[in-house]
Design a protein around this ligand. Structure first.
Ligand code: ZN
Length: 198
């Protein structure tokens, strides 16, 4: 059984997933089903585990969480996109895209959710800020769904395609709506970035 648990009062609140480590140890081969374990340095016991499956351009993490033994386990399923950049000396380097902000990162952190450091901080800082950020992102994604555009990545210029059968007027209106929400999302999100530096 996959499990992950976040003991109260544990100073090591987040478990880290480092894409560089996974690449070095050949844990990112497409088709691989495996798991990652975290072992307490103090007791030597396994304190967390997530199962994962490597797909063509993403990793699907599966785990369950509870904050204390009397709670029922809550199952989580996270699809994390993977991108590759080429290195100066040949070969490629793998990156995660944070499932929340899409930013390219080497390390993701897990508690209830899998996200980059900034998104985790954002989540525990100003509620107003957080609400605004995710609200705009959800609005943006709703428009993207209507347009059939990708949800968990930046939409490139050539991906801004009009769905078959949609009127140009409707398409243009949806594009405008999309750009507005996307801009607002980025403004909220970068305000969060500033905040997390201090
Ligand atoms: Zn993020």
């Amino acid at each position: 059984m996959a499990y992950y648990w976040n003991k109260k009062g544990n100073t090591n609140r987040y478990k880290r997933i480092d894409v560089r480590y996974m690449q070095r140890k050949n844990l990112l081969n497409v088709g691989l089903s495996s798991s990652l374990e975290w072992i307490s340095q103090r007791t030597g016991k396994v304190v967390g585990r997530v199962d994962y499956e490597v797909r063509h351009d993403s990793v699907c993490f599966k785990y369950t969480v509870r904050s204390n033994p009397s709670e029922a386990w809550r199952p989580y399923n996270y699809l994390v996109p993977i991108t590759h950049t080429s290195c100066n000396y040949g070969g490629t380097r793998a990156w995660f895209n944070c499932p929340h902000c899409l930013k390219r990162v080497a390390v993701l952190y897990i508690d209830e959710q899998i996200a980059c450091r900034t998104c985790h901080k954002l989540n525990y800082s100003s509620q107003q800020q957080t609400k605004g950020t995710w609200q705009e992102r959800d609005r943006m994604n709703k428009v993207r769904e209507k347009l059939g555009w990708p949800l968990i990545k930046d939409v490139s210029f050539w991906e801004r395609i009009k769905p078959k059968g949609m009127h140009w007027k409707t398409f243009e209106k949806l594009c405008q709506e999309h750009d507005l929400y996307e801009r607002r999302f980025l403004v909220f999100f970068s305000a969060g970035l500033d905040m997390s530096i201090h």
